[in-house]
Write a protein that binds this ligand. Structure first.
Ligand code: NA7
Length: 537
């Protein structure tokens, strides 16, 4: 195929979600650079462009799951609900794209197949599926962390006569479940959000559960005019608190041990947090993620709630999590998930006890039964963090493929740069705290750090920046230590560890040392002349 003549730019950014949009704005409008964003979808949104399944909404609250960089923006935009639904997030990102006139530098329906570093020219080249080539000094991946669908390879899927969907690749036209027998596989955050909504429409819903999960009621509700006004008036303080908190949320963790209070006080605290709802429950006590004994008190509280909600004791037992401590897998928040199992048209199937053997033309066959289905929904999650970066070919110095460099697991300095990949930055890459935080806070920090770094390079006449292998090794070890200081590695089936994708190396990928600590460390690295990086003129 003929390759179009190269267009030489300052930066190519892959992806037009929160990360790509903000990176474009910063490089183009603050540094005056020539930037091209390449985006596979036909609109902005990134992960939210694709996640349109029934019930899809964010688990972070809308007023802080948003950009903080422009006060004008946060004053102009008003959220309608406590948790934003996928439509509303896309409307918001379209509003951002219009407000900052971003669309003219985004090429939609343009998937990058391959990107490689050309040392002689000191350029990155990105080639698209359509055979176009873009060349730039910097390559910035803004491809998301939970954007590469994990579709288990059950034998027989191609023989299925009905329709099947993965939640992260949902059709743009809503799927009509009316009168249908629906099977849903997976009970992570996604399956837990979709279950109650599908159950209301379908003739029958069968939920195939491998690991029972803890879930906290979201307590979603419309935002009143007064609430919206109050938030807008307090935005400066809200954003400041989010930046200081361990998870990028504008609330702090209660600095009391779950074991330091009486059982009555503890119960009262959990009851109040259950009523408040959402991810705030995890902040009930300081040691829920560091002491198994403390964690057990929260886990027991949630188990008792499940038993009190679900009427059939056998179903309640199957829904009760036993394999992992609370919040060591990403804790879902829900709207009437456990209640849904009291409906006559919903069945729970334990596929840990009797695994799925195959998909037949008529449905799903497990080790002990067959389920006739018209529609199968895969709520089976993502090849997290590394998946989106390894979904296309990225080659560093001397053509070394990222796939090879990361064969035994991702190795990256600060989650931002890979040794042997000069001038490539990975927003929310493995080794960054991204997926353990309120994502826009992590994204803004990464984008601002990258922008400052590029500004510094231009001011100082520096041609390349590259992570030192030793610094990357040290960071990987530090990421490992940070995880081991918590209970998180106890969930041996979590996607944080890559355990949900067969054959994926088991490495704890996100940085668990806290967003505020991470940001401080990044700032120190920059202040010390980009310590751990090699800068060449
Ligand atoms: P998750 O959290 O990875 O959940 C996927 C679910 O699918 C989970 O219950 C898995 O069971 C199940 N699963 C995965 N593969 C299989 C196979 N092969 N057979 C049966 N069941 C399977 O993905 P989500 O989309 O729910 O959430 C991802 C993140 O998005 C979430 O954490 C938030 O950050 C937003 P398992 O637990 O592995 O036994």
């Amino acid at each position: 195929a003929t390759v179009a003549p190269a267009t030489v730019l300052d930066a190519v950014v892959i992806g037009a979600g929160f990360a790509g949009l903000y990176q474009l704005h910063m490089l183009r409008d603050k540094l005056g650079l020539k930037v091209q964003v390449l985006e596979a979808g036909d609109g902005v949104g990134g992960t939210w462009y694709w996640n349109r399944y029934p019930g899809a909404r964010c688990d972070s609250e809308s007023y802080y799951y948003s950009f903080s960089f422009s006060d004008e923006l946060q004053q102009e935009w008003s959220w309608s609900e406590r948790y934003p639904e996928h439509h509303e997030i896309r409307r918001y990102l379209n509003f951002v794209a219009d407000k900052f006139d971003l669309r003219r530098n985004i090429r939609f329906e343009t998937r990058v197949n391959r990107a490689w570093y050309d040392e002689d020219a000191n350029l990155w080249h990105a080639e698209t599926e359509g055979g176009e080539r873009y060349s730039a000094r910097f390559l910035i991946t803004a491809v998301g962390c939970l954007s590469s669908a994990n579709i288990p390879k059950f034998p027989g899927l191609e023989s299925f006569k009905g329709d099947w969907y993965h939640t992260g690749r949902w059709p743009h036209e809503p799927v009509d479940f009316t009168g249908k027998r629906v099977g849903l596989i997976g009970t992570g955050s996604t399956g837990i959000q979709a279950t109650p909504v599908i159950a209301e429409q379908a003739a029958h819903l069968t939920v195939f559960q491998r690991t029972a999960n803890y879930s906290i009621p979201a307590r979603n509700a419309p935002m009143s005019r007064e609430e919206v006004q109050k938030i807008k008036a307090e935005y400066a303080a809200i954003r400041d608190l989010a930046k200081r908190s361990p998870n990028g949320h504008p609330f702090l963790v209660n600095q009391v041990s779950a074991l330091a209070v009486s059982p009555e006080e503890r119960l009262a605290q959990y009851e109040a947090a259950w009523e408040t709802g959402g991810l705030r429950f995890r902040a009930s006590f300081m040691d829920l993620l560091t002491s198994k004994e403390a964690n057990d008190t929260a886990a027991e509280f949630i188990r008792a709630k499940i038993r009190s909600i679900v009427k059939d004791p056998e179903v309640a037992e199957r829904l009760t999590p036993k394999d992992h401590p609370f919040a060591t897998k990403r804790p879902p928040v829900d709207s009437y998930y456990f209640e849904t199992f009291n409906r006559d048209n919903v069945t729970l199937v334990d596929i840990k006890a009797a695994p799925i053997v195959e998909i037949t033309p008529d449905g799903i066959r497990t080790a002990d039964a067959e389920y006739a289905l018209d529609i199968i929904v895969f709520a089976t999650g993502f090849d997290a963090m590394t998946g989106p970066l390894l979904a296309f070919d990225i080659e560093g110095r001397d053509g070394v493929p990222l796939k090879d460099v990361w064969a035994a697991g991702p190795r990256s300095y600060l989650g931002l740069q890979v040794a042997e990949f000069p001038n490539m930055f990975t927003i929310t890459g493995p080794g960054s705290p991204s997926v353990l935080t309120n994502m826009p806070v992590a994204i803004e920090q990464h984008v601002e750090w990258i922008t400052d770094c590029i500004r510094h390079m231009r001011e100082q006449g520096i041609a390349t920046i590259e992570a030192e292998p030793a610094a990357a090794e040290e960071w990987v070890a530090h990421v490992n230590d940070a995880a081991n200081a918590t209970l998180l590695p106890m969930a041996n089936s979590s996607w944080y560890l890559g355990a949900n994708v067969p054959g994926k190396p088991r490495v704890f990928m996100p940085y668990a040392g806290g967003m505020a600590n991470y940001a401080k460390r990044c700032a120190e690295v920059a202040a010390r002349g980009y310590e751990g990086f090699v800068l060449r003129r």
